[in-house]
Ligand binder design. Structure first.
Ligand code: MRU
Length: 366
């Protein structure tokens, strides 16, 4: 998508330097900085410290991390060490493990001398496939938005999203935002309520993205969504997901569950944009089975923003108050109206997902 009129992906391969370059998301929306990822430490830190973030983008970065590792040490031991090193960086987003497993399975049968080139090609493939998956999610989501628009006789369709499941969280298009971009391009009148999403205020990333594309939006606090739904100001919720189980339980950024509860109470459809690599076919009950990342308490006690002196961080809590920081929660499938996948809209259930992805469900749960 575009930044100041220039098309960008959230990461790309620099063929001149043979390095990965990323948009360093720690500084957004205030500062647009590009960072070269040059060592294995860089790869691990980029994911752990959220220089790249969002489940699909974490997966794509891990693919390039494996490619880097194969250039350094293409032995089985080198491959396994890279898998381990990258896998521990973030526990919840399943795309990380999906990408690492995909690389290892493809590379293992190859002679070590062939692995570096194959791994780099695989990393490019994973990135390109992500773009295509998200584009298709957008087209299926567009159908739902168009239907709402027709029901409202072309009146504004008010969408609500939580956190950033935009192009910054993927390689391009985003998951939850892809239907928004497609609807906007199709000339449908939409407006997006953007939850700020404490503690890292990731709604600000969504607002930045939507603003860059001229999509009407309003940035609201984490807790305003329920009130807006009670007053008929939300037609549809679309969120992303970091891991969705085989039975359609959706793990996403903390606070998503509360939006789903409010949506159910107010009869607002609650959709989740779900790329197939985000499905964990090995887990059914998401509340019991998904590890929830507990992040640094400083993300809660401090807030980063722009001051006249530049980007800085201020403390918002009293000195000494302990803070907790679970980064994700799980929305049970019963609260999910539908899963917008690259193949179409699926019911959030074991039967629905298995019917949409018979090839993947059979292979992974075997
Ligand atoms: O912790 P993050 O920033 O990596 O969280 C991921 C997210 O941005 C959201 O949970 C998102 O809605 C799912 S990723 C498309």
């Amino acid at each position: 998508m575009k930044v100041n009129g220039t098309p960008y992906r959230s990461l790309w391969w620099n063929h001149d330097t043979a390095t990965l370059e990323i948009i360093d998301q720690r500084w957004l929306p205030h500062d647009f900085r590009v960072l070269a990822v040059e060592t294995m430490d860089d790869y691990a830190e980029a994911i752990r410290d959220m220089r790249v973030r969002g489940a699909p983008l974490i997966g794509a970065t891990a693919g390039y991390g494996m490619a880097f590792a194969m250039r350094e040490d293409p032995s089985d031991a080198g491959m396994d060490a890279a898998w381990d090193r990258l896998h521990v960086t973030r526990p919840t987003a399943i795309n990380l493990r999906w990408a690492l497993d995909r690389c290892r399975e493809a590379l293992r049968p190859l002679a070590p001398g062939d692995r570096a080139a194959a791994a780099l090609q695989l990393a490019h493939d994973i990135a390109d496939e992500d773009v295509e998956i998200n584009r298709n999610i957008g087209l299926h989501g567009l159908d739902i938005i168009r239907e709402i628009s027709e029901r409202k006789n072309g009146g504004t369709v008010n969408l609500l999203t939580h956190c950033n499941a935009g192009w910054l969280a993927t390689v391009d298009w985003g998951t939850a935002t892809s239907p928004m971009y497609h609807a906007h391009e199709a000339g449908i009148d939409i407006h997006v309520w953007v939850d700020e999403t404490r503690p890292r205020n990731q709604g600000a990333l969504t607002a930045w993205e939507l603003g860059s594309h001229g999509i009407p939006h309003t940035y609201i606090t984490d807790n305003a969504g329920g009130h807006l739904m009670q007053h008929g100001q939300v037609d549809m919720v679309i969120t992303g997901t970091d891991r969705t189980t085989a039975q359609g339980d959706v793990c996403n950024k903390i606070g998503t569950y509360l939006k789903a509860l409010a949506a159910r109470d107010n009869g607002v459809p609650f959709y989740v944009a779900l790329p197939s690599p985000t499905i964990d076919w090995t887990v059914s009950d998401g509340v019991a089975g998904i590890p929830i990342e507990e992040r640094d308490a400083r993300e809660v006690t401090h807030v980063q923003g722009r001051t006249e002196a530049g980007i800085s961080s201020v403390q918002v809590t009293p000195e000494g108050s302990p803070a907790g920081n679970p980064a994700f929660d799980v929305t049970p499938n019963r609260l999910v109206t539908g899963l917008i996948t690259e193949r179409g809209v699926s019911e959030a259930s074991t039967a629905g997902l298995a019917a949409m992805f018979p090839d993947l469900s059979a292979r992974k749960s075997a």
